[in-house]
Each structure stands twice: as C-alpha cells, then as structure tokens.
Design a protein around this ligand. Sequence first.
Ligand code: GDP
Length: 370
Amino acid sequence: MSKKQKIKSRKPEWASGTKSKGFNSTVVDGVLQTKKKSILKKTTSNKLSINDFVKGVLNDNRTVLAQAITLIESNSSKHIEKAQEVLGKILHKTGKSIRIGITGAPGVGKSTFIESFGTYLCNKGHKVAVLAIDPSSSRSRGSILGDKTRMEKLSREPNAFIRPSPSGGTLGGVAHKTRESIMLCEAAGFDIIIVETIGVGQSEITVRSMVDFYMLLILPGGGDELQGLKKGAVELADAIAINKADGDNLKTANFTKEQYKQAVHYLLPATEGWETKVFTCSGLNEQGIKEFWNLIIDFEKDTKKSGVFEARRKEQTLDWVYAMVEESLKNQFYGNTKVEKKRIEIDKKLLEGKITPTNAVNELMKMYFE
Ligand code: GDP
C-alpha cells in the first residue's frame, strides 16, 4: 500500500473526502408508490436532487427512502456531502419514534420474533422500520443476518420497511450509518424503529447506545446457560426474553425465566428506575408479543415521566458526536505525514530504552502541532 493510500484509508468512513468504492449496499425495493412517478423515474437514473430526496423521504416514498439510505451508506465524499444536506433538511422531523434494540445469538429466533412483533404493530396502525447491524459483515463481508431471505411476511406489510445491514466497513462506520438511517426512517413517519443485531462483542454495546429500549433474546436452557451468561450482556438489557417457549421447551423455558429473574435482581438495571423484565415468548406461535409491547409502553411512560428517556437520548447524541470527534482526531494524527516520518525514529528510541513513553508522546505531539 502506498503512503498516500495508507493516509487515505485512515480517514473515518463518514469523513468527507474519503475515497471509496462509493455505494456499498444494494437497495431493497420498498412498497412502490405509483403516485409519485416523477420521483421514481429519476430514482432509477440515480440523479435525485437534494430536494427530491427530502420530499420523497418526508412523503414516505419507500423507493426514495431506500435510495436515501444508500446515499448515507456511501463512502464517497460527493455522496457524504449530499447526504448531510438531506439530513439537515429533515432534522426537524426526527426523534419522534421509539427505538428498540433486539439482540441474540444466531438461531435464537430474532427474525421470527421481529416478524411477529412487527406484524402485530402494523396491524395496530404503527409504522415499523427494521434496521440491522451485522458485525460479521464488517469483518468478513459474509453476513449472518443478511444472507438469507428474512421476514418475508413483514416485508409485504405496507407499514413496514426492512433494511439489511450495510456491508463492509468497521462496526463504528456501520453504526454511524445506522444512526443516520434511523433519522431518515423517523422523518418518513416510522414511529417504531427496531435495530437488530447478533450478540457478538462490541455490537451489543453499539446497539444499546442508539436505542431507547434494549432486549436480549435467549434460548431456554438449564443452569449451565446461566453460568455461562455474560453478565455484561444482561446488564445492558431492559428486558430478557426466553424465546421458543413452546412445545417440549415450555417447562425449561419457565425454569430459565425464574433463574434469570433471580439473577437480574442482583445486577444493576440498564435503565435508571426500570427493573429489568424477564419473560417467556414464542415468536413462532406469536406468544408474548402483546406482553412485550405492553412492556415497552410502560417503559416509555415511566422513563418519560422521570426524565430518563430524554436524558438518555441527549447523552446518546452527544456521545455519538464526540466519538466522531475522537475518531477524526485520531485519524488526523496518524494520517499526518510529519508524524508518520518521526514515528519510525521515536519508536526506535523508545524500544531501545533511550526515551520514556511520556517523552515519546510529547515529541510526537510537538511534531503534530508544528
Ligand atoms: P435468527 O437467526 O435469530 O434470526 O433466528 P430465526 O428467526 O431465523 O430462527 C431460527 C430457527 O428457529 C428457525 O428454524 C425458526 O423456525 C426457529 N424458531 C424461531 N422462533 C421460534 C419459536 O418461537 N419457537 C420454535 N420452536 N422455533 C422457533
């Protein structure tokens, strides 16, 4: 890799000027709205103006919404600038949804549960957007969440919009794009946003940092399951659902529920003033869906009353911005050619014990600010 390429590759994915392959995900056809023919025609030629995007998103034109998300997912500087202009113009229409994170290991039944839950909400007149964060696709470009055809029934609901995880990029980059996609979906009038991820490492914390309510789906299991439990994952959750509580699993599921109930009692709650709820459900048989929704209604009511809801939203926005500031500073430092040259010399002195670590930092910073 040439030095120039190296420096460029150190730019954050969201930073303007990042040279890239451009669009990195495909557009999922939404529900076509034939009335808006003029916009649709232009969509195919990918020549939508900023106002076309804004108008299309605000009118909930699904094709334009999908295109706007694709614009956001692009890493090309031209697209990033355009996307920011679009977001600026829809900003006043964002923030009005309830954002729900759902996590769980592959095969636990996330897509089946979300399909039942989403369909239930659509039938109640809600508009539901499902966005996915798939850390596997950032690392290997293979995808655990996105490859199979998921939630077919829900995708046919006129009030539902499903978008797979953007492929490629770092988890941070994918998360950033998902947050901006949430904004677009809210501006299009979706009042329920579901962010789905598999429970792997950092992705759980990432999803927690962008949702109001966070649920962990687990399988019925004995005591071993509880012992192997990652305390951290449970401490992030506002609710823990023991899924597939049907047929032969029912008894074990109830047993697991009681064990988790006891366990959460000793853990810090994820949300101030809200006791983590544990319940059983069957996404397949549509059981526990209504109860889950009632839980969220209670949560929203309680946390809005106490101010915790609003405080978390504000904190999340500030954290997002300063995480980007930090990333940007880091990238500028490592991308600085003077620093890069000086590093070889300083690293050598440091490793030979000729300079203290603190003085190595001082010299590098001096070089950076010169
Ligand atoms: P995901 O990988 O977490 O999205 O899991 P899926 O929703 O794709 O489900 C994985 C498998 O578990 C599929 O074969 C489903 O039919 C099955 N499954 C999902 N939910 C349930 C459930 O509530 N009960 C039972 N018995 N099976 C389920």
